[in-house]
Design a protein around this ligand. Structure first.
Ligand SMILES: Nc1nc2c(c(=O)[nH]1)N[C@H]1C(S)=C(S)[C@@H](COP(=O)(O)OP(=O)(O)OC[C@H]3O[C@@H](n4cnc5c(=O)[nH]c(N)nc54)[C@H](O)[C@@H]3O)O[C@H]1N2
Ligand SMILES: Nc1nc2c(c(=O)[nH]1)N[C@H]1C(S)=C(S)[C@@H](COP(=O)(O)OP(=O)(O)OC[C@H]3O[C@@H](n4cnc5c(=O)[nH]c(N)nc54)[C@H](O)[C@@H]3O)O[C@H]1N2
Ligand SMILES: [Mo]
Length: 754
């Protein structure tokens, strides 16, 4: 029974080998085919068996005693004990409650957006599971786009006539094309191997670092335009920019190209629309302000000579402009994306190998890799009969303003009146902005149901918590976009405590609600895996891709499919560039839209008809910077995926708050020393952090990664260092309504706990 076994599994951060003894994970080791494996899995043995696992179904005490309609009880969410119940009883209660809400308020009062990364594995994908289940019950209020790229998803189709995700996966230069052709790589927000450690569903080959070694060897000039030097592998020139000001710097670059006649007017004429209108703004004819490098320098902090020289280099060499996702996770985040596209059009290198524009290199693994796209292996979600939806980051607005109208990408919509929230596979008390405001919004629904393996801040704020298995406790199939590997993910250990798979939990609820057959189609997990796999095999057969049968895959554990080849990639926008008449873009003009009549017709002052410098409410040039003089950026954590398994990193609340990077000048003026505990605050909230002093960050900017488990003390200060107690909960604009996490001012002070 206590035998030791080693098997391979896959995860969002790649493949790794897991050694188990009996029912315990004892160690993990690198997957040998990965050139640059992630260290994230090393927290697994501790995390999976951690004392913060949810062991049994749990119901919040006063909800159980007083029922869902008791107003006062809702205020206790997050501050009350839970009662553990046997599975059957807890499932009966949850099924009855779902029926009650459905009957009394209708399915349009159930919010099932349930945003979150959950875990890898094609079948046990928590979001697919909850959406299918709620569809079987009659539907749910959904959410659209993502925290990652909502502003990009709104603006890019207007400009390029293509969905942002499609552009990112298929219309971009691959790493080998960059290595071969690019001379100047201009990276707004950097390209950080720390972020490309992960990808949705997995990334087996971590290759960002190896590619940068290759760029270095080939003498490619790399320019990192970021508030942090560390946003790009060493060796790049660092242009230290103030957060939220990239659009101004890009305008300064554009002004030089225009004034010095370095712009490719032939390209602008043939492939773009609206340059003349934009140019009036660029030179100041429309608003009285020429966007000169001197003007830009005052805003962005990069000096005018540097901007001028960079513009000339970009025009003289094969230049690829890349933009991190972080730039659009900010107020007016649509603008740098649109302006970067405009700049690339002015350079006229879109359609040339190694030139043009690319969004999201480094943001996740797999981008820039040439892999044949394979469909299938998707648990079908069925149809949602409820039409109401929200832009994903407007969840607190929805709960606080039922029935109120709001604008979104040219549409006038209303917030639904939510009575029941169902969350499975996400952690809103990690990911949402202004957590104090979310706590208030969270008091509105009658019932909140959560499936979670761990007692996260969100689980602690639910009424009914079902303990979910982790991927190591169930079998699945692993495969991801941009990756050539196919995995059988074995059940490595038995479920911890009384945890059950999300599929099992939903099947048992479905049975109680009389929709079991609809939900399960009479298949067990094993039967579903075989069914999805056989559909996938048929597809592969048609494409002449040999794959083993399911039982052989189980035996082999993993296989590397022959789907990776330069043959699967083309120069971005090649067909459009070759013949724009015969292959127009899917925009109203058929061309790249530097001015968009559609957007102009919305009359949004927060997103006008052409790219525009719109100062955010909070940035270093705002008047509020007098009170809170530091700009907080809250990037993704390098040592984990969001908040996942954080318990194994920060074990003792308050003892190990997240590291915050601070410039020594900002620290010394506040008597803050390396390693000391500090309080980070603004008018929205406060948290603790551990000071890390570094000259690799712009003076006036501090960086606190996301991922801490929100744990407010009696005074409301979060002891773990979750930046979202500080961030502002406002849409990027009425166009994108994305998260504005990176637009945030704070101050810091030494923390004296006595
Ligand atoms: N300030 C600031 N905030 C941000 C960002 C930022 O840049 N700055 N970035 C935003 C972005 S881009 C994102 S994507 C979000 C990420 O936010 P989330 O995606 O919500 O973060 P995760 O920690 O990945 O949450 C996934 C949860 O699912 C649970 N889980 C894992 N596997 C399973 C399973 O099989 N079943 C069930 N039921 N649960 C499971 C995990 O334990 C975890 O609690 O954060 C956003 N928040
Ligand atoms: N290890 C690890 N990797 C991850 C994740 C994780 O949790 N852990 N999460 C994944 C997810 S869900 C996502 S969405 C992606 C996110 O990918 P990105 O959005 O690209 O990454 P971030 O880490 O938010 O930000 C990258 C850098 O942008 C810089 N930055 C912030 N604001 C500005 C600005 O206004 N201008 C400029 N020029 N730079 C700015 C900051 O210095 C920051 O370090 O990462 C993915 N990768
Ligand atoms: Mo994300």
């Amino acid at each position: 029974m206590n035998n030791t076994t080693t098997k391979t599994t896959s995860s969002h951060w790649g493949a790794f080998n897991v050694t188990t003894r009996g029912d315990r994970i004892v160690s993990v080791s690198d997957f040998p085919n990965d050139p640059n494996p992630s260290s994230i899995p090393h927290i697994l043995p501790e995390a999976v068996h951690h004392s913060s696992r949810v062991m049994r179904p749990s119901i919040r005490k006063s909800w159980l005693e007083n029922g869902p309609l008791h107003q006062q009880s809702r205020k206790l969410r997050g501050n009350e004990e839970f009662v553990e119940l046997p599975w059957d009883e807890a499932l009966d209660i949850a099924a009855k409650e779902l029926e009650r809400v459905k009957k009394q308020s209708g399915n349009a009062s159930i919010f099932g957006g349930s945003y979150g990364w959950a875990s890898a594995g094609r079948f046990h994908h928590a979001l697919g599971q909850v959406h299918r289940f709620l569809n079987c019950t009659g539907g749910y209020v959904s959410s659209v786009a993502s925290y990652s790229t909502a502003a990009a998803q709104a603006i890019i189709p207007h400009v390029f006539g293509i969905h942002f995700l499609k552009l990112m996966w298929s219309e971009l230069n691959t790493w080998p094309m960059i290595a071969e052709h690019t001379q100047t790589l201009v990276m707004f927000g950097g390209i950080n191997p720390k972020n490309s450690q992960v990808s949705m569903g997995g990334v087996t080959h971590h290759e960002t670092n190896p590619w940068f070694e290759e760029f270095e060897k080939r003498g490619i000039k790399r320019v990192n335009i970021s508030p942090q030097r560390t946003d790009t592998p060493d060796g790049a020139e660092w242009m230290a920019i103030r957060p939220g000001t990239d659009t101004a710097m890009m305008l300064g670059l554009a002004w030089v190209l225009d004034a010095e006649k370095l712009a490719d007017y032939g390209f602008l004429e043939k492939y773009c629309t609206g340059y003349e209108k934009f140019q009036k703004y660029l030179v100041g004819k429309s608003d009285g302000q020429p966007k000169t490098p001197e003007w830009a320098a005052k805003i962005c902090g990069v000096d005018d000579a540097t901007i001028r020289n960079l513009a000339r280099t970009m025009a003289e060499t094969r230049t690829l402009i890349t933009v991190a996702w972080s730039l659009q996770r900010a107020e007016h985040g649509e603008q740098p994306y649109w302006m970067a596209a405009t700049l690339a059009c002015m350079l006229g290198q879109i359609g040339k190998p190694g030139g043009g524009i690319g969004y999201g290199y480094g943001a996740i693994g797999g981008i820039g890799v040439s892999v044949k796209r394979l469909g299938g292996l998707t648990f079908p979600q069925k149809r949602n009969s409820v039409k109401e939806y929200i832009p994903v980051a407007r969840v607190a607005d929805m709960l606080l303003h039922p029935g109120e109208g709001f604008e979104f990408n040219g549409q006038q919509l209303n917030y639904p009146n939510i009575k029941l929230v169902y969350w499975c596979g996400g952690n809103p008390f990690h990911h949402h902005q202004d957590l104090g405001r979310l706590e208030m919004a969270w008091q509105q629904p009658e019932t909140i149901i959560v499936h979670e393996p761990w007692w996260t801040a969100t689980a602690l704020r639910a009424d009914i918590v079902f303990p979910a298995t982790t991927p190591y406790e169930r079998q699945d199939i692993g495969r991801a976009q941009g990756d050539s590997y196919l995995f059988h993910m074995p059940a490595l250990i038995s479920p911890v405590g009384e945890a059950r798979d999300d599929y099992e939990i939903f099947s048992q609820l479905a049975q109680r609600m009389g929709i079991e057959e609809e939900f399960t189609e009479n298949r067990t997990t094993d039967e579903w895996l075989r069914h999805l796999y056989s559909e996938f095999s048929e597809q592969c057969e048609k494409d002449n891709i040999p794959i083993p049968n399911f039982d052989s895959l189980v035996e082999q554990n993993w296989v590397n499919l022959p789907v990776r080849s330069a043959a699967f990639s083309e120069i971005p926008f090649a067909t459009f560039i070759n013949d724009p008449q015969a292959s127009p873009l899917n925009t109203p003009s058929g061309k790249i839209e530097i001015f968009s009549d559609t957007i102009a017709s919305f009359n949004y002052d927060d997103c006008p008809g052409h790219p525009t410098w719109l100062p955010p409410t909070e940035w270093l040039g705002a008047s509020s910077a007098i009170k809170h003089p530091l700009h907080l950026v809250s990037p993704q954590p390098g040592d984990k995926l969001h908040s996942q398994m954080e318990c194994a990193i920060a074990d003792i609340p308050g003892e190990r708050p997240t590291l915050m990077t601070i410039h020594p000048d900002d620290a010394s003026s506040r008597s803050i020393i390396e390693g000391s505990i500090i309080r980070v605050f603004n008018d929205r909230g406060s948290c603790l952090a551990k000071a890390h002093l570094s000259k690799d960050i712009v003076v006036g900017v501090v960086a606190l990664p996301t991922g801490a488990w929100f744990t407010p003390d009696n005074s409301g200060t979060d002891s773990q260092g979750n930046p979202n107690v500080l961030t502002r909960d406002v849409g990027t604009s009425r166009l994108g309504q994305g998260s504005s996490a990176h637009s945030c001012l704070v101050d810091i002070e030494p923390w004296n706990s006595l």
